[in-house]
Design a protein around this ligand. Structure first.
Ligand code: PHE
Length: 454
């Protein structure tokens, strides 16, 4: 067994701190960068409806389950499964989460680095007055360079490591409390601007009017993957954060509140982006470049736009940071608790290995552009495999474990804080984690990957 002293574990200070930290993990580039471009590539309104159904029917129950496992065991994902099932290999679910954490951190920090490049460009006057076409060229040429994406990636990684080194309460909780409300306000302002551009109506229609003929098995899988990615579920982030949550926190309402905030920010991002996409005549299926072309375009239309642009990209970088620290925390909690390293050593090892993985991901359009597997570059490979395979599979195993291999009264006990809360939703929750969620994930999965057609 490890020699880690579990009585010295850190924890979140307040109820608000818990929500802010979990929402800080959930809200990030997934909402503002990934959601719009995935929705844009997968049919718009119909995707949104499928996404909503998945958040409610699968996302929230999976999130509750992770929090239950985390708080019950007070352990990192691997330690948690070892504790709950010492004789069966369920800890492999935790291991899969650690692998996913490495892959996510690699490509996610690369994108976070792009936000730093934009902050720099805004300050250097490199964005002012550029048309959408010029912004597209700018994005593509930046991304295909070798030095800059790797440099910004490295700076962002070091910032993440620095905050994680500060510890859970001091580092993570504090940094999420203040800036997120500001990001929200700016996003609302951008929606207003975007919605009043000439031709904006077509964007609103694209986002809200479903065209189900565009939906295929792959689309549903993409919506499932996006939901897991955006809620930070399926890889043990919320097992880890759950392990720092005080005993009197209402786990179910935390899960609902965090999911609603996350969903709301994603829809707001959609409302800021798609009206402008159509107003500027850009294709909604522009892929990873979408957010980075459209948002600077909106700021061109406002007086004093570069100040807003600076504030926005700065806050986006902070939102990304509260997500990267939650991913790194998973790795660090695992290293320090299971492998008995000090937090400092754990962070150094995690960061050093991340350099190799992440620089490869950030150079996927530069010198590493020809390195491909299944026709995907390293960045896309990490992006696709984590969101669409590892996270849903992790989620499936997490709910199946709690639903079928763990005593129901213990789950109920954890959700009701030892019987002190009423848990009227419990039978619905249990039905979902035993039947609906596992079956739905399995079907979407097999169908989306082409292993089963219906
Ligand atoms: N949910 C984060 C976002 O949407 C990304 C993330 C994924 C964070 C998985 C932690 C774990 O930006």
């Amino acid at each position: 067994m490890s020699g880690f002293d579990f009585s010295k574990r850190d924890s979140f200070g307040s109820r608000m701190g818990v929500i802010m930290a979990a929402a800080g993990s959930a809200v990030g580039l997934g909402n503002i960068w990934r959601f719009p471009y995935i929705l844009g590539e997968n049919g718009g309104g119909a995707f949104l409806i499928i996404y909503l159904v998945i958040i409610f029917a699968i996302g929230i129950p999976v999130m509750m389950s992770e929090l239950v496992i985390g708080r019950r065991t007070q352990r990192n994902p691997v330690g948690a499964f070892r504790m709950l099932s010492s004789r069966r290999p369920w800890f492999l679910v935790g291991m899969m989460g650690i692998v996913a954490a490495f892959m996510i951190l690699a490509f996610y920090t690369a994108v976070a680095g792009w936000t730093l490049e934009y902050i720099y460009q805004i300050l250097a006057g490199g964005i002012q007055g550029k048309s959408s076409a010029e912004l597209t060229v700018m994005f593509d040429s930046f991304r295909s360079e070798s030095l800059r994406p790797a440099l910004w990636f490295s700076i962002f990684l070091l910032a993440t490591a620095g905050i994680v080194l500060g510890g859970v309460r001091k580092g993570i909780e504090k940094s999420t409390k203040v800036l997120m409300p500001l990001l929200f306000i700016l996003l609302v302002l951008m929606c207003i601007k975007s919605l009043t551009l000439p031709g904006a109506g077509r964007g609103v229609e694209f986002l809200f009017r479903p065209d189900f003929s565009k939906i295929t098995g792959t689309t549903v899988l993409m919506a499932l993957g996006q939901a897991f990615f955006s809620l930070s579920i399926g890889m043990g982030t919320l097992i880890t954060y759950g392990s720092y949550i005080p005993a009197d926190n209402k786990l179910a309402s935390t899960a609902v509140q965090v999911s609603m905030v996350d969903l709301f920010i994603a829809v707001l991002a959609g409302l800021a982006i798609f009206p402008a996409v159509f107003a500027f005549g850009i294709s909604p299926a522009s892929g990873e470049a979408l957010t980075f072309i459209v948002l600077p375009g909106i700021f061109q239309q406002v007086s004093g736009g570069m100040i807003f642009a600076f504030a926005f990209f700065f806050l986006l970088a902070i939102a990304a940071l509260t997500s990267t620290i939650s991913v790194m925390e998973v790795i660090v909690a695992y290293f320090s608790e299971q492998l008995n390293m000090s937090r400092r050593t754990a962070i150094i090892i995690a960061t050093a290995s991340m350099f190799i993985l992440g620089i490869s991901a950030s150079l996927s359009w530069g010198v590493m552009r020809d390195v491909k597997l299944f026709n995907l570059n390293i960045f896309d490979l990490f992006n696709f495999t984590t969101a669409n395979i590892l996270l849903p599979l992790g989620g499936l195993l997490i709910v199946a474990f709690l639903g079928w291999f763990f005593p129901g009264h213990a789950v109920r006990d954890e959700l009701s804080n030892g019987g002190t809360l009423r848990v009227r939703y419990y039978s619905l929750y249990r039905f979902i984690i035993r039947f609906i969620a596992p079956v739905a994930i399995a079907l979407v999965f097999l169908n989306g990957l082409g292993l089963l057609r219906f």
